[in-house]
Design a protein around this ligand. Sequence first.
Ligand code: DX5
Ligand code: ZN
Length: 230
Amino acid sequence: MSYVTFTNMSHLIAPSILAADFSNLQSEVEMINSSQADWIHIDVMDGVFVPNISFGLPVIKSFKKHAKKPLDVHLMIVEPDKYIKAFKDVGADILTVHYEACDHLHRSIQAIKENDMKAGVAINPHTSVQLLKDVIKEIDLVCLMSVNPGFGGQTFIENTYFKTRELKDLISSFNSNCKIEIDGGVNLDNAGPLIKAGADILVAGNTVFAAEDPTDTISKLKAINLDVVA
Ligand code: DX5
Ligand code: ZN
């Protein structure tokens, strides 16, 4: 498919639209389009899997009309299998489901891939990365939640560094091409150490959209150079 490639990549930045100004979504998308951001992260919450409701299919469809970068859709919903095709139809390029929300995770992953999207699996802070070993060769990314899902602007959970290293080892031991995405509380201080620990994709909501200059903040996240990370 598509313009989402995972080979030879340096780290990617995915601003999370949850923290954007919803009354000005078009200009927020245009800001991302003209920035150094790689993907646009889109959080879908159903008020059941997580204690918050965000937005759904019609909003993503409108969004897609303006977006020039891949849509990285993170489903925080129960029974995601019911909606996999619907998210493809509104323009998702990467579709991530939660380990904790899928009774038949292997089937969900296959369905995402059959719908020609990259397949991601997200795990909550309490969920062990070892639980992914039987699907690690099947998936394109693991989204490590570094906050409890449901809200933007929360404090980064430090144990994520440990989980990132552990996941990196698991991926290597299975010779998998799976990438590691970190979601929640990412900022200019923890971004470098996260990349050093093995992160490939950094999601950033408030760090980008609450900044005085969001475009410049995206550039700073993108420019992190591992040689200067302590
Ligand atoms: C949390 C969401 C995150 C959120 C990140 O449930 O999955 O993607 O938008 O926002 P920040 O970067 O503000 O923690
Ligand atoms: Zn998210």
